[in-house]
Design a protein around this ligand. Structure first.
Ligand SMILES: NC(=O)c1ccc[n+]([C@@H]2O[C@H](COP(=O)([O-])OP(=O)(O)OC[C@H]3O[C@@H](n4cnc5c(N)ncnc54)[C@H](OP(=O)(O)O)[C@@H]3O)[C@@H](O)[C@H]2O)c1
Length: 362
């Protein structure tokens, strides 16, 4: 464990050297039983500063609705954490936050926090996309499954263990997968305390396109999407939130404003749209150049941008609408053999649709 801590401290001090006089926020997420709280405590003892636990932000009884519990990453009060902790860390002033007590099932007390040069946040869901990249250094801790089982059995009752296996571990895995958490992080395995991803190497940015098209490949008509299917845009919202969206001028005008919780880059040579989290550039190339390299990029139409993007994207997230629909704008033909096609989900209904992912073959 000490090697792992030393490695982490080296990474943190490298960051501090490059960002002198700036407070650093470190988030530690990972598998349950991987040792997040132990590692965070050891870092805190050596580095000082503030230590926050996501466990203090469990959902309160009234918040545990079936809808909320079904939400991936929804079983923590991320709204309260964002409001009471993250917003205040950014203000760099003293603040206090409430601690949820699982036994009493309520917020039992307040903790006072003073601004510090080091802030450590540990716990599952500490990298929820709702938080919008607040941390400067992201660590992910994994552990081999046999060792995870052993550690969890040692410190939990049989009943709790059952809930880990049937409920909490699957929920965690869904969150890691859906929000691509490991790829954002410097990863360590605490089974043998090795570093899994090479020092300081951040994830390669994924450049994808995202589209919904009908059987006849229609994507638009009269400047609008030519169908209304409730829920169909869910995947668009989930994938693009916290990331960068690039779209042509007409598509942007259809929406009329920047999309919330993501950065929008509009491509246009005739108009300039500048707003918070939104800018305009003159070409797709320029858009890709200015896109934050720590975020994924989703090229979101229309037809011209898609045509240009097909040759460069790593992935295509396509919603296949199972109907022939009248349109005036179409998704271009592409070489299917260049991609691996995976069906993610089929949704039945008046107009059924299928979420499909195409990944470019190496
Ligand atoms: N089904 C879907 O998933 C989906 C997704 C997006 C859009 N749509 C639909 O598609 C339609 C809009 O698509 P569209 O193809 O007509 O328009 P668009 O691509 O959204 O906008 C076209 C405009 O964007 C700018 N532009 C696009 N590519 C450019 C490039 N490579 N370099 C410089 N500028 C570029 C130009 O703006 P300037 O003229 O200002 O220079 C161009 O006139 C709408 O009906 C919309 O609802 C559907």
């Amino acid at each position: 464990m000490f090697d792992l801590i030393r490695n982490m401290i080296n990474l943190i001090s490298d960051y501090q050297k490059e960002h002198a006089d700036e407070p650093v926020t470190i988030a530690i997420d990972g598998m349950c039983g991987a040792g997040k709280s132990t590692v965070a405590q050891m870092l805190h003892e050596r580095l000082g500063g503030n230590l926050f636990h996501m466990d203090d932000f469990f959902l309160q009884p009234g918040q545990r609705t079936p809808e909320r519990l079904a939400e991936v990453g929804g079983n923590v009060d991320y709204e309260r954490f964002a409001k009471e902790v993250i917003a205040n860390l950014n203000r760099k002033e003293a603040f206090s936050y409430g601690v949820y007590d699982c036994k009493k099932q309520c917020i039992s007390h307040q903790v006072d926090v003073n601004p510090a040069m080091i802030n450590i946040i540990e716990g599952s869901y500490s990298m929820h996309p709702y938080f919008d990249d607040y941390a400067h250094i992201l660590f992910f801790l994994s552990v081999a499954l046999h060792e995870q089982g052993k550690r969890l059995r040692e410190r939990n009752t049989a009943e709790q263990m059952e809930r880990f296996v049937s409920e909490w571990i699957p929920k965690e895995n869904q969150y890691f997968e859906k929000f691509d958490i490991r790829n954002k992080c410097i990863c360590f395995d605490t089974t043998d305390c090795s570093m899994v991803s090479p020092k300081g190497v951040k994830k390669k940015q994924m450049v994808g396109l995202i589209v919904a098209y009908s059987k006849n490949r229609a994507i638009g008509k009269d400047g609008q999407i030519p169908w209304r299917i409730k829920g169909e845009q869910k995947r668009f919202r989930e994938l693009t939130t916290g990331n960068v969206v690039i779209m042509g001028r007409r598509s942007y005008e259809e929406i009329g404003k920047p999309l919330p919780n993501r950065y929008t880059i509009v491509v246009s040579n005739t108009k300039k749209f500048e707003a918070e989290n939104c800018t305009t550039v003159g070409s797709l190339k320029e858009a890709l150049e200015i896109a934050d390299k720590n975020k994924n990029v989703y090229i979101s139409g229309g037809a011209g941008l898609y045509r240009e993007a097909i040759d460069i994207v790593d992935k295509m997230f396509i919603t296949e609408i199972d109907a022939e629909i009248d349109g005036d704008t179409f998704f271009p033909e592409f070489e299917e053999k260049d991609f691996l096609r995976e069906v993610d989900c089929y949704v039945d209904g008046e107009i059924p649709y299928t979420y499909v992912t195409y990944t470019r073959k190496e």
